[in-house]
Design a protein around this ligand. Structure first.
Ligand SMILES: [Zn+2]
Length: 81
């Protein structure tokens, strides 16, 4: 049987606005037009609470370029210092 690093996968699922390390920034990626928009994670955390899971927010993303709400996803990347 193939071994999958389930604990790695779980880490991602359980990531909340509060547990995401400070030096990571969030972007939303549009499924329709590939637009990538910056998302202010601190603003999100203050609105929705820091216990909100990032995965749970994906269906709520809306593209600021084309208005698409379907199948959008988050990109998480490290901030440049
Ligand atoms: Zn779009």
């Amino acid at each position: 049987m193939r071994h999958y690093p389930i604990s790695e996968a779980k880490k991602n699922i359980r990531t909340t606005l509060g547990t995401l390390e400070e030096w990571y920034v969030l972007f939303g990626n549009c499924y329709m037009c590939d637009h990538i928009g910056f998302i202010d994670r601190w603003l999100l955390a203050s609105k929705l609470g820091k216990d909100c899971r990032i995965k749970a927010l994906e269906p709520r993303l809306r593209c600021t370029m084309c208005g698409n709400r379907m199948h959008n996803g988050f990109c998480i990347t490290k901030q440049k210092r």
